[in-house]
Design a protein around this ligand. Structure first.
Ligand code: UDP
Length: 400
C-alpha cells in the first residue's frame, strides 16, 4: 500500500518559471484557465475572432476539474477531487457537446453511499436508506411519502439556514445521522450558521432512485476533463500562458479582462478583510486490487469520529480497469487552495463590499469578474458554464 498527500502531486508538471509573454497586446485577457475562463476564451476566439490570452498561475489548464492518468495504475483521476457533471440546461449540454466527435461525453449517473450506524446506505435518502436505518419495510412511494410527511420539519420555502433546510426534507433524526457532523467537518461550522443553499443541494427521494443528482443530463468526458479543456482552448486565436502570476505581469494591454480568481485577491490593496474559503487536503492510497475497495465511486462518512468527509475511488468512473485501485480520502481544511466560498451571512455581506469595487472596476477598466471564486458563489460546473456564456452574450450582445 502506498499513501501520500497529493495536493502538490508529482503527477502535475512541476512549476516552471514564468515563460516570457512576447506579445503583450490582446483583445481579451482571461485570468484563470478553469471553466469560466476557458468558456470565455473559446467564445471570444471562435465567435468574434478576438485575440485572447489565458493567464494561469498553475502548471496546467482545467482549474479544479483538472484530471490526469495516474502513472502507476493507469487510472484517470482528478487532482482536486471528483467532478461530476450534471445539468438541466439544454443550452449548457449543447455547449459542452460541441466537440463530441473528439471529446465525447458518456452518460454517468452518479451514486453515493454513506456509512451510517455501521451500515452502507444510499445518499440522498431514499426508501432503501430509511428501511435499512430504521428497520422498516416500505415498498412504495406512497408509504415513503406519508412517512416523510410525518417526520419533516417544514419551513415552507423560508428555511433560515442549512439545518432547517435539511430537517425540512429528512427530519431531525436523519439530519443528525447524515448532515450534522458531515457539515461540521466540511465547513467547520454548525449547519445552523450556513445558508440553506448548502444542504438544499441534497434532495430527498420518496422512491428507490439511488442517483445523487436528478438532472436530465449527467455525464463524464470520456477522455477526461483536461482533454476536453485542451480541445475547447485549441485555436490560433488563443494563447495559454501557464505558470504565470497575472499580478506580476507588467505592460500587458487588454481590451477587456475577465478575472476568475478569488475576488479578494484582486482587491487585496483596498483594506477589506479577506474572504473565507474552505479547502481540501487529499490523501491518496494505491492498493493492489483488480477489484474495488468500496461499492460506489464515492462513500461519505458523516459520523464525527471519522476525520475525513468522504472516500473517492476513481476506478469506478466510466468502468475503468486496472490491476490496482486508488482511493482518495478528503479532509476539509482552512489552509490551501480556495475551493469553496463559505455561504454564511457575514461572508456574503463582506462579498457585497467587494462586489461594489468590482462594479466600479468594470465601469472604469472593462474588467469583469466571473466564476465560483470571483463571484464568491457555491456554484456547480454547469452553472459556471452558463454564467460565462451569459456574460459573453450580455457584454457582446450576442445570443447563440
Ligand atoms: N452533506 C451532508 N452529508 C452528506 C452529503 C452532503 O451533510 O452525506 C451536506 C454538506 O453540508 C455538504 C452539502 O450537503 O457541504 C453539499 O454536499 P455536496 O455533495 O453537494 O458537496 P460538494 O460535492 O460540493 O463538496
Amino acid at each position: 500500500m502506498l499513501s501520500s498527500s497529493f495536493r502538490k502531486s508529482s503527477k502535475v508538471a512541476p512549476k516552471q518559471p514564468p515563460q516570457h509573454l512576447s506579445d503583450l497586446n490582446y483583445d481579451v485577457c482571461i485570468v484563470g484557465a478553469g471553466l469560466s475562463g476557458a468558456v470565455l476564451a473559446e467564445r471570444y476566439a471562435n465567435v468574434l475572432h478576438k485575440k485572447v490570452v489565458v493567464i494561469e498561475k498553475r502548471s496546467h489548464i482545467g482549474g479544479n476539474c483538472y484530471d490526469y492518468v495516474d502513472e502507476q495504475t493507469g487510472i484517470l483521476m482528478n487532482l482536486y477531487g471528483a467532478h461530476l457533471f450534471h445539468t438541466d440546461s439544454e443550452k449548457v449540454w449543447r455547449y459542452v457537446n460541441q466537440w463530441h466527435e473528439e471529446v465525447p461525453w458518456i452518460r454517468w449517473d452518479h451514486e453515493v453511499r454513506a456509512v451510517v450506524d455501521g451500515k452502507l446506505v444510499p445518499v440522498p435518502v431514499n426508501i432503501n436508506t430509511v428501511n435499512s436505518l430504521f428497520g422498516l419495510n416500505f415498498r412504495n412511494t406512497s408509504e415513503m411519502t406519508s412517512w416523510l410527511n410525518s417526520i419533516q420539519k417544514k419551513c415552507d420555502g423560508n428555511c433560515a439556514n442549512a439545518k432547517e433546510m435539511a430537517e425540512s426534507r429528512v427530519g431531525s433524526v436523519l439530519f443528525q445521522k447524515i448532515f450534522a457532523s458531515y457539515t461540521k467537518k466540511q465547513w467547520d461550522k454548525d449547519a445552523s450558521e450556513l445558508e440553506p443553499l448548502v444542504t438544499a443541494r441534497i434532495p430527498v427521494r420518496n422512491d428507490f432512485d439511488q442517483r445523487y443528482f436528478s438532472d436530465r443530463f449527467q455525464a463524464l468526458p470520456k477522455h477526461g476533463y483536461t482533454k476536453w479543456f485542451e480541445r475547447i482552448l485549441r485555436s490560433d486565436k488563443i494563447t495559454v500562458q501557464l505558470n504565470t502570476d497575472y499580478f506580476a505581469l507588467k505592460d500587458l494591454k487588454c481590451g477587456k479582462t475577465f478575472f476568475t480568481g478569488p475576488i479578494d485577491s484582486y482587491f487585496s490593496k483596498e483594506g477589506l478583510p479577506k474572504l473565507e474559503y474552505r479547502s481540501i487536503r487529499f490523501e491518496k492510497t494505491v492498493l493492489r486490487n483488480s477489484g474495488f475497495f468500496q461499492p460506489a465511486s464515492v462513500v461519505n462518512y458523516p459520523e464525527p469520529n471519522v476525520p475525513f468527509t468522504r472516500i473517492v475511488e476513481y476506478k469506478h468512473f466510466l468502468w475503468q480497469k486496472s490491476d490496482f485501485t486508488v482511493i482518495v480520502k478528503e479532509f476539509s481544511t482552512d489552509d490551501g487552495e480556495p475551493y469553496y466560498p463559505v455561504p454564511k451571512k457575514t461572508n456574503i455581506a463582506l462579498y457585497d463590499k467587494y462586489k461594489e469595487l468590482a462594479n466600479e472596476a468594470e465601469k472604469k477598466s472593462s474588467i469583469f469578474f466571473v466564476g465560483r471564486l470571483a463571484t464568491y458563489k457555491y456554484i456547480n460546473m454547469d452553472r459556471a458554464i452558463l454564467l460565462a456564456l451569459e456574460m459573453f452574450e450580455k457584454i457582446e450582445n450576442r445570443t447563440r
